[in-house]
Design a protein around this ligand. Structure first.
Ligand SMILES: [Zn+2]
Length: 211
């Protein structure tokens, strides 16, 4: 089993994280753990060709190579993050480690990860909107997409969104498989899940044809 750990969820100095925000963050991470341990996800991931992604293999000299399906499988299963030079002494674990922060961003900006950094920044206004809707699947999907970046998996072209690239496809598939699972659990439990998934796709600006 792969654990998902919320290692850090700090306030950023101008606004403390509230109990409600922390509770929502923990709920998203708990769901994310279930999602990444669903064998159906890996089954579907294995039959999807993941392309146009580069994998950071040397964070000291910034060397990349083309990433394969096996890289995704290995990285997600073992919760592998890029080991920064200063972390080399820390033993590897089997956990997906989420270091998250909420920040004020331009309207429309979701947040993201600075290459080489482990902190996932999320636009505080978006986060609060998702909290309001209890849209845990969106937060889980967002953190998973960004976590893939902290694992060294990058879009080939960071300036132009390629919705067919492996990072988009792997994260969107995780959300889709979970939505199907929620729906299969029954109408009551799945209420609103289709709208929540739509909000995830909207948040990443993904056009209809790639949904
Ligand atoms: Zn991305």
């Amino acid at each position: 089993m792969t654990r998902v750990i919320l290692n850090e969820f700090p306030d950023n100095g101008y606004q403390a994280v509230t109990e409600e925000q922390r509770h929502f963050a923990i709920s998203a991470v708990t769901h994310l753990e279930e999602m990444v341990n669903n064998p159906e996800y890996f089954k579907q991931l294995a039959s999807t060709k993941l392309k146009n992604i580069k994998l950071l293999i040397d964070p000291v000299n910034w060397k990349y190579q083309e990433a394969t399906n096996d890289d995704f499988h290995r990285i997600i299963r073992a919760g592998i993050e890029v080991r920064r030079p200063e972390d080399m002494h820390v033993p590897d674990d089997n956990d997906i480690n989420i270091y998250a922060a909420l920040e004020k961003r331009d309207e429309g900006s979701l947040g993201g990860v600075t290459p080489g950094k482990r902190t996932i920044v999320t636009n505080i206004e978006k986060f609060n909107e998702w909290l309001e809707d209890d849209n845990w699947i969106l937060l889980a999907g967002h953190w998973f997409h960004e976590w893939l970046h902290t694992s060294g998996l990058y879009h080939l072209n960071p300036d132009v969104a390629d919705f067919k690239d492996g990072v988009y496809v792997a994260a969107n598939l995780l959300v889709d498989v979970e939505a199907q699972r929620q729906i299969s659990l029954g109408e009551k439990e799945s209420s609103g899940i289709v709208d929540k998934v739509k909000a995830f796709y909207d948040a990443y600006g993904i056009p209809e044809q790639y949904r």
